[in-house]
Design a protein around this ligand. Structure first.
Ligand code: CTP
Length: 402
């Protein structure tokens, strides 16, 4: 899919810059024309000669080429490109891109680029976790850029954590997928909530539920593999997901999930509310452990948690699609219809604990989809990944046509 594509590869000053040589090679091998732009610091980590040799084009780094006085036009470059990749993207360049600090050729070209921009962060785990970096990445995402999530593993500092630039092979896969017309969720932004929420009673105890998060994670993977950029807001689950198209935000309580969803909803095309959100939290949460021997058994005062799906339904913009789930034990259809209307959903995925193979902790599910236009589709019991496929097929066919 990359054959004949014009790709700008922006390289910034981080140790992962050495991987950029493989990236250029793989892109060229796939048939792309590659123009490398380096920040001045990047040249401390890898020689421009290596990259110009591999790409077959002089590397651009300055606004003017010193010996000829020729002006390197960031505007022309921005128009030439079919895609721009910044890999590795340091915290500093990410901050400059997010805030429009155009003090080098790379950021200036980024601001002029008409094509999709992919950013592959690489930095130490603490820098990656820092709220400033997080905010800047969120800003870049909200402007429509594609963030290729870094992988977890041993970093150059020998610390272990998330921050390692995604491998060049996987970056090429993401680009390839972008240009692959058969990916029907390409460029779509999907927010998914998954898993349970835990509501604290005291520092060691909580109220929770049996949700495993499996259906939500299956949906996240299905959407990402079909080309979507997924924001997965996950409650406490023991599941892993490794896909460069998935940005995972871990939360514990319903309040945290509510905040994470509202902070990220604006730029989404679709929101799928798959989490089993606790309906109540403890009003009189204690800051010390409740002791068995001291005093009478405590009385927990419960108050309602925010209804996250309803809050999204209230701010839903035209064109945004909102999908809910309902797990019921009785009066299934009546409750599902009520939720569909009350939460302003486009469709609801109903499953009943009465059905064998449906519900918490199992790998299968049996669902019925009820749409706001009154249509209903009943599916047989299937693996949760296949259920995710059915849901995304319907989403695509009926709600994301244009
Ligand atoms: N939901 C939510 N926030 C809540 C409760 C539910 O976002 N506080 C979402 C769920 O993720 C699901 C849908 O709303 O998509 C229905 O959830 P469910 O728990 O079945 O419904 P409730 O509104 O909580 O009603 P009840 O528990 O009385 O059945």
């Amino acid at each position: 899919m990359l054959a004949g594509k014009n790709i700008i590869l922006g390289i910034t000053g981080g140790i992962a810059a050495y991987k950029a040589a493989s990236l250029v090679r793989l892109l060229v091998k796939a048939g792309a024309e590659v123009q490398v732009i380096m920040t001045p610091n990047a040249k401390e980590f890898i020689a421009p000669l290596t990259l110009s040799t591999l790409s077959g084009k002089p590397v651009i780094s300055e606004f003017f080429t010193a010996n000829t006085g020729q002006w390197n036009s960031h505007v022309d470059l921005g128009l030439w490109a079919d895609a721009m990749i910044v890999a590795p993207a340091t915290a500093s360049t990410i901050a400059k891109m997010a805030n429009g600090v155009a003090d080098n050729m790379l950021v200036t070209t980024y601001l002029s680029a008409k094509a999709p921009v992919f950013v592959a962060p690489a930095m130490d785990l603490d820098m990656f976790k820092h709220p400033t970096t997080k905010r800047n990445l969120d800003l870049l995402r909200s402007y429509g850029n594609h963030i290729i999530e870094p992988a977890a593993g041993e970093l150059a500092s020998h610390l272990i954590g998330k921050g390692r630039m995604e491998e060049p092979e996987n970056i090429v896969k993401v680009l390839d997928a972008y240009f692959d017309q058969s990916l029907d969720m390409k460029g779509r932004r999907v927010l998914i909530t998954a898993g349970p929420t835990y509501e604290k009673i005291d520092p060691v105890r909580f109220i929770g539920n049996f949700s495993s998060g499996k259906q939500g994670f299956a949906l996240a993977l299905e959407c990402a593999e079909r080309g979507a950029q997924v924001t997965l807001v996950a409650g406490p689950v023991s599941l892993a997901i490794e896909h460069p198209g998935v940005n995972r935000i871990d939360v514990t309580s319903a309040d945290e999930m509510h905040r994470a969803v509202l902070d990220n909803i604006e730029s989404q095309d679709v929101a799928i509310m798959c989490a089993a959100v606790a309906d109540y939290k403890v009003e009189n949460e204690l800051d010390h452990k409740i002791k068995r021997e001291k005093g009478d058994a405590p009385t927990l005062v419960l108050v309602k948690n925010p209804d996250i799906a309803k809050a999204v339904g209230a701010v839903k913009k035209p064109g945004q699609v909102l999908v809910g789930f309902a797990l019921e034990t009785d009066n299934e259809d009546v409750y599902a219809h009520e939720k569909l209307a009350k939460k302003n959903l486009d469709f609801i995925v109903l499953n009943s604990l009465k059905d064998k193979g449906a519900g918490f902790q199992v790998d299968t599910n049996k669902v019925k989809i009820i749409e706001s236009d009154g249509s209903e589709t009943i599916f047989p019991c299937k693996d949760k990944r296949m259920v995710a496929k059915d849901i995304v097929d319907l989403l695509n066919a009926k709600y994301l046509k244009s």
